[in-house]
Design a protein around this ligand. Structure first.
Ligand SMILES: Nc1ncnc2c1ncn2[C@@H]1O[C@H](COP(=O)(O)OP(=O)(O)O)[C@@H](O)[C@H]1O
Ligand SMILES: [Mg+2]
Length: 243
């Protein structure tokens, strides 16, 4: 029987200024599932993802691979659920690409040689090995995004939480990323995105958020073809799907 990778019960969250960003979210994600999270700007997609590895804490019971989210389980949860931030600037803070990607693995029990292998593998996966000794802040948005993804992959997480992984990424590397995500079919993925082609190709289920609420979740093709539903939430059926 497939196990639940992520369990979210009655998640409510308001930012300190009082803005209600998530309202009564109930959602389970099973191991190996790829869940696309779609919705207009401000729907709460990023806020939701930030709860899944405990960066934000609403008043909810969240379980990750059966582990309850609480202060003492955060390190365990973060080693299993890796988050790609919407803004890569929040993910890169070391003087070189190597050090940024090595940061997580160095905190696991790996030797220096093992860390180097893991870092190079992760950089190869995002086609950025040539940039290993570059300064992350001198890279383009799309390059930073790919390095940020390498920092996540280098931790070898069981759950990938990706916030707009293809935004600002050029068409070739977007295509490479989509194909790469399709191949990672043993991992559980939650992907917040406006890239509906990515959702269609990679995701086994879609959740539609708007104004902090889970509007519906279900089969990607059914939801992506539902003109009335999408229009009601500031989205549109992709041209390649409308007949
Ligand atoms: N740090 C913050 N402080 C106050 N409000 C915020 C903050 N971050 C996001 N919000 C608000 O919370 C809501 C959800 O934002 P967000 O999760 O970023 O949506 P999405 O990722 O779907 O675009 C929005 O109304 C946004 O303005
Ligand atoms: Mg967002």
């Amino acid at each position: 029987m497939t196990r639940k990778a992520i369990e979210v019960k009655e998640l409510n969250f308001s930012y300190p200024d009082g803005r209600k960003a998530l309202v009564d979210i109930n959602l389970d994600v099973y191991e190996g599932e790829a869940l696309g999270v779609i919705g207009p700007n401000g729907a709460g997609k990023s806020t939701f993802l930030l709860h899944l590895n405990g960066i934000l804490r609403g008043n909810s019971k969240i379980k990750i691979l059966g582990i309850e989210m609480e202060n003492k389980s955060l390190p365990q949860i973060r080693s299993r659920a890796g988050l790609l931030f919407q803004d890569s600037e929040n993910q890169l803070f070391m003087p070189t690409v190597f050090e940024d990607v090595a940061f997580g693995p160095l905190n696991m029990d790996l030797s220096k040689d093992e860390v180097e292998v893991v870092v190079k593998e992760a950089l190869k996966e995002v086609d950025m090995l040539d940039y290993i000794y570059h300064h992350p802040h001198h890279l383009s948005f799309g390059e930073k995004r790919r390095i940020a993804l390498a920092t996540v992959l280098a931790m070898k997480p069981k759950i990938l939480l990706l916030d707009e992984p293809t935004s600002n990424v050029d068409p070739k590397h977007r295509r490479d990323l989509i194909n790469f995500l399709k191949e990672l079919d043993n991992l559980t993925k939650v992907i917040a995105t406006h890239d509906l082609e990515l959702v269609f190709e990679v995701c086994s289920r879609v959740a539609l958020l708007d104004q902090g609420r889970l509007i519906t979740s279900g089969n990607p093709l059914e939801i992506l073809k539902d003109k009335t539903l999408l229009a009601a939430h500031s989205l549109e059926v992709p041209r390649w799907l409308s007949s």
